[in-house]
Design a binder for this molecule. Sequence first.
Ligand code: ZN
Length: 647
Amino acid sequence: MSNYKFNDNQIAIIEKLELNLSIDDVEKLFFSNNHSWEELEILLKVANALYRSGYPIIEDKQYDEYLNYFKTLDPENPFLLSVEPEVLIDSKTVPLPKKMLSTDKAYSLEEIKKWTERITKAASEIEFDQNLIEIKVTPKLDGYAAYDDGTTLYTRGDGTRGQDITRAFERGLKVAKNAGRGLGPGEIVIKKSYFNRVLIEKFENSRNIQAAIIAEKKVDEDVQKAIDKGVCVFYPFSLLDNWTGSIEELLSNFESILESMWNSVDFDIDGLVLETTNAPIKEHMGSTRKFHRWQIAFKVNDESAEVEVLKVVPQTSRTGRVSPVAELVPTKLSGATLSRVTVHHYHMVKTNGVGPGAIIKLVRSGLVIPKIEQVIKPAEPELPENCPSCGAHLIWEGDHLICPNKSDCPAQTENTLIHFFKTLGNVDGFGPKVIEKITNQGIKHIHEIYQIPKHQFVEFGFGDKTSQNLIDQLQASRQIEIEDWRFLAAFGVTRLAGGNCERLLQHHAIAEVFEISVEDLVKIDGFAQLSAEAIVEGLANVKEEFFKVYNLGFNLSITSKESDRERSDSPIAGSLIVFTGSMQQGSRSDMEKHAKALGANVAKSVTGKTTYLVTGDKVGETKIIAARDKGVKVLTEQEYLKLIGEL
Ligand SMILES: [Zn+2]
């Protein structure tokens, strides 16, 4: 959600633009709806610089609206005729090895049709066979544009000069699909699923992360982890999956091409890139100063609506966090009627003025949950002082209001119990209604539920049959086998949902996880410092209850330990291997993967620490002698296969 108050990073970038305007005056431009063309030019320059540097202030669509309006006012303005440059704080520019242009945009099938007509026309001008015209469609990655010439990684800059951001590779950034360097233009992107699962609480949007990857200052540890895990990559356009076909096929299947491309990558995309692959046509059509005429981007607009807030209602979750839920004047958006939306947190309610009577802009792309994009007209926010469930005085913890009453807050209790049975997932009967009825009788803990005798269920107001069923269900929930990680996840520790529980239990037995230190936890792949701290604290909070429940006896299947796997007893476990030359048995990269699976470490070059150099065909004698001189054992591919027992 953008609010129009610049943060320190944004101010630093705006100051670099040397606008002769105070920051306050620039801020005012973003509040106004009425601009002279001079003001609009400044607004566009600022918005663009902020966007390119990773700190966007307005949404793309709004920028495009301003830009289109500006075009009508001043079509010859130099700003419109050059590639919008990004602004990085304190960095020199260097010439790009190849010109990088931006892409012309289309927002409707009609505009795409017009573009294909220009291609057909160009083909006929050079007497190119119309039947041979081929169109390629790729997803338009919404990342950070860069160019990799094999030694240096450049930002796009103004299209001819960019900045050297090779440090991104030095930090371990990988090329998508494990490809090598030097594949030219592409985008630095981060996997959407990982962002939503791991980073969303810390970063407002993925653009902040792209900015962190290339920034000169030290990389944030969670971003470094994402780089190390290979979920942030440099994605060269040439590696993207694509659709190719004739103009006719393109236009008649446009919807389905759009849909399949949209789902072809786990990265943010904001449209499609269409281009002709026919070199003679490309050459004939050429480029403007800003973009290639033989290429166009199709962008999909999000649907948005301006909605009035009726009131903001606090809701206490099982962790004690109080979420602000905005009730709205019912509004249709992308085919659904919306009457409420969750605001990110109460800090946002407070600073952006999400109060009764506020006008907010809701955006929905496709079927995604709608979110508040902007507060158009703020109103006095109402901040709850007390927990809506237990009345305890709320406290601030970071951006959130928290109910500190961990032991006696009905909302927290109820939600904790509901979460337990829902996560266990092996019985029904303990849904929200039943849990509410039970907690109303003063039952606050999972272990207490297991100790309720049948006659007490009857006293609580359940029928005789229902009471018996509840007893049976409780018994079944202990007898039916469930995974130990699922059992642990059922206790609802923050940042310890199923995936993380499984990862944790691959290293530690379930009853021992309460003794793990933060230092131990960050050693396990997938746990960053902040998560580890939250997890260790959360485990301590549930420890007592956990053992009361655990000791009731559940039928847990144990997650297999990483150390039990084949790797520990393989003959190459712990050794450091370098593969060189071409292999008979499979590709070198397959052999490397296999060696890793057997517990070996794999390196690219031989050092004194190398255990084995495995040589395929065409390996020079000097390389082998040099390795032997370092005390490295040299194996042929056959000898290696014998060693690992595959021959
Ligand atoms: Zn409470």
